[in-house]
Design a protein around this ligand. Structure first.
Ligand code: SF4
Ligand code: SF4
Ligand code: SF4
Length: 316
């Protein structure tokens, strides 16, 4: 898969900040999912678009509704924002008759932080305000360390972090996999609220195995699908849909702890079509190549000499 120019620049932005701000972080980067990593498997074919996960997310994170219209009756955000960490969107094509079909069909899709294996936001942050947990791999944000540069926003290939533009003391806002609830032994709000198991919490390795199991299912046949967590014991017995042969998040930009399954190609569902390699690693390689043999400092020094000489000539 080719890297698009905009996505490439995002990778470079993350990597450039890494090189300029804190090269030591590069040494701490993860190359694969941690053994105890946790995550979410979102299965669009099980999603009924009820948005209970969005309500659960608001409740879990104490976030107000995003109302529209003069009477402010409905919570109806149109995208992720500083007040919406998780959103369900809908794809419709043609007559929109068939669920999980690309042609004349429809599908839901859930968007929130992917909790990347090698997160560009963490690498880009010059203040270590974005960090990846060394045990369970959750990417979280520390408002006290943040300097408001928004490098994380620029670097994220999934366009996830949002900024509180309307706050005099703004913060970056994004899903932190409800780490405050996990610490108390509770479930992420979205997975707890989801009635169908479309949002499923669990160890990332087990979720990947589950996603692979579903890809082998015979469409139309009945199978067991766990609800809330992969280990909860709550099971729904239902028909398997026709999945597209891709587990989104398995490999994209180095992989993620949030995985997705769907019956409609992910690009149609609004997810970026990203390559499998980590952007952070790519940017780092480019920087290492430039610095190798001191090429970059020599070029910079040459440029300075040229400017000084030109300035002297002008004075003469
Ligand atoms: S999706 Fe974006 S914000 Fe979330 S961990 Fe990955 S790079 Fe960071
Ligand atoms: S894990 Fe928590 S913060 Fe993230 S989308 Fe789910 S409920 Fe929201
Ligand atoms: S709660 Fe579950 S079924 Fe309802 S919209 Fe969210 S993911 Fe889909």
């Amino acid at each position: 898969m080719e890297i698009k120019r905009r996505d490439f620049l995002k990778g470079i932005a993350g990597g450039a900040a890494l090189a300029l701000a804190q090269p030591a972080l590069a040494l701490a980067r993860e190359k694969s999912r941690l053994p105890d990593a946790v995550g979410i498997l979102y299965d669009a074919t099980l999603c009924i678009g009820c948005k209970a996960c969005m309500v659960g997310c608001r409740k879990a994170n104490n976030l107000p509704a995003e109302t529209i219209g003069p009477q402010k009756l409905w919570d109806n955000p149109i995208d992720l924002s500083a007040r919406t960490l998780n959103i369900i969107k809908k794809y419709v094509s043609g007559t929109g008759e068939y669920k999980d079909r690309e042609i004349n069909g429809f599908s839901f899709i859930k968007r929130h932080c992917m909790h990347c294996v090698d997160p560009a936001c963490v690498s880009a942050c010059p203040a270590s305000a974005m960090t990846k947990d060394k045990k369970i791999g959750i990417v979280s944000y520390n408002k006290d360390a943040c300097i408001g540069c928004r490098y994380c926003q620029v670097a994220c290939p999934f366009n996830i972090p949002k900024f509180e533009w309307d706050n005099p003391f703004p913060q970056i806002v994004k899903c932190q996999l409800c780490n405050h609830l996990l610490a108390k032994g509770e479930l992420p709000g979205c997975c707890d609220a989801c009635p169908t198991g479309a949002s499923l919490f669990g160890p990332a390795a087990a979720l990947l195995e589950e996603a692979k199991r579903r890809q082998k299912m015979q469409p139309g046949s009945y199978y067991d699908f766990p609800v809330s967590t992969i280990t909860s014991g709550k099971i729904q017995y239902q028909q398997a849909a026709q999945y597209i042969p891709r587990i989104y998040g398995e490999n994209e930009v180095g992989g993620a702890q949030v995985l997705m399954l769907a019956g409609v190609p992910f690009e149609k569902l609004g997810l970026p079509d990203l390559p499998s390699g980590s952007y952070v690693a790519l940017a780092e390689n480019i920087q290492h190549t430039l610095y190798k043999g001191m090429i970059l400092p020599i070029v910079a020094f040459g440029g300075l000499i040229f400017l000084v000489k030109r300035s002297d000539k002008n004075k003469e």
